[in-house]
Ligand binder design. Sequence first.
Ligand code: PLP
Length: 515
Amino acid sequence: MSIFRKKSATATLDADKHDGTAHTTEHHEKHHETHHTKESSTVTIDTAIAPAGTSLDSATEADLQQKAKDHLWMHFARQSGMEDGKGVPIIVRGEGHHIYDSKGNKYIDGLSGLFVVQVGHGNKRLAEAARKQAEELAFFPLWSYAHPTAIELADRLAEYAPGDLNRVFFTTGGGEAVESAWKLAKQYFKLMGKPMKHKVISRAIAYHGTPQGALAITGIPGMKEMFEPLTPGGFRVPNTNYYRAEEMGFHGSLEEFGQWAANRIEEMILFEGPDTVAAVFLEPVQNSGGCFPPPPGYFQRVREICDQYDVLLVSDEVICSYGRLGYMFACEAFDYIPDIITSAKGLTSGYSPLGAMIVNEKVYEPFKHGQTAFYHGYTFAGHPVSAAVALENLNIFEEEGILEHVRENSPKFRAALERLLDLPIVGDVRGEGYFFGIELVKNKETKETFNEDESERLLRGFLSKALFDAGLYCRADDRGDPVIQLAPPLTIGPAEFDEIEGILRRVLTEAWTRL
Ligand SMILES: Cc1ncc(COP(=O)(O)O)c(C=O)c1O
């Protein structure tokens, strides 16, 4: 029985079963490669540079590029990149922790797509779970009706969730889960006779999604200004970037920094008036800005503050849950119990879209009675196929010991990345689980960062493409200071850590010479 479930569980752990690790059966050009399995044993298996049917012939490639240029609007991307005729990387296939582009090139998926593909690409069990469910019941909504996979998944998530977070409201993704949580918090306080409690507090540079409510919680000014005015009521406090704590005016130990940063939340509640603040939205490890872990004691102090002022604590685990930090829910990693968890991404390992908001009994209670309803929902939320995939994904987690594997190997991953600290451009390596950020600096001693022009040349002009060309798909980001982010499939081990470190070393060394 899994140690990660809080109630009785039926699935068993079976560490011998594997799926989702890199192996291909069809080959264009065969060669041998050494891989480490999740248990870190070294095995030699056949892999392929380009599995048969992977690369597209040049006419098909040209046709797709033309159609993309003419019709496909990319997300968070400059369309000028499509217009200038260079084309867009077209990813045609995934296998284990590798992806392949239309030209047959193979890359390590160092970001699990977008913090999503926990058990790796090409997993037959997940594909089969989707096929089977689509045949049986392809679609039905959760609007006053239910279907078995959504019911089973809600039960399963409630088992995993800490404390009395027992009520599961499905969405189709993360931003919708965040949006739902803010709306729920507002309605909860109206039902509790505190109708003025509607504001939300979040942290500088944090990303919480794009719907106008979630965007008002997001703390990245450059992503918001063109959509102002947003939903009113979003307020920002400092994040937990200890590397740059002094720039926030803090001098002291990590523990003291944690108390200082948490107390900024109390300060904001008092500035705005406790009677007006509904919720605090925090990621366990903040993604945007480059993986800021919470200092020891931070979340314990935040919990205390939230309890004192009757403010809901929302743990936005859209990235951090479902194994990313080695736990089903990341609040477990830092020993706090929120009122609401928002999640998505890794729940299905990306084989079908799904998000979930998980709510405690206190917040659910007023909705139990009379004619009260949460007038909110999404047609595709809790989709039967997605729910079936999520259930099978969670089975794989248990049978293959994915959480244990991440916890065991995370220190090795960190150690491999920390070797890069000998490079003059690497200022900081931080993160938890399989979720790390590498901050790049112009001067290690002074921590001087790059100006806008240098950042543009370094990240967009060179690094993103150079890393990709070198065989590593990952993220080079400058929503805060310039960082490279890694969040690979949870199935990889030390051999892949070394491979990733090797690629980063070569490319970052080259980047330094170009500055
Ligand atoms: C913490 C957090 N919240 C919300 C979101 C939004 O999720 P989605 O893109 O599924 O709407 C993200 C996406 O990366 C996220 O990282």
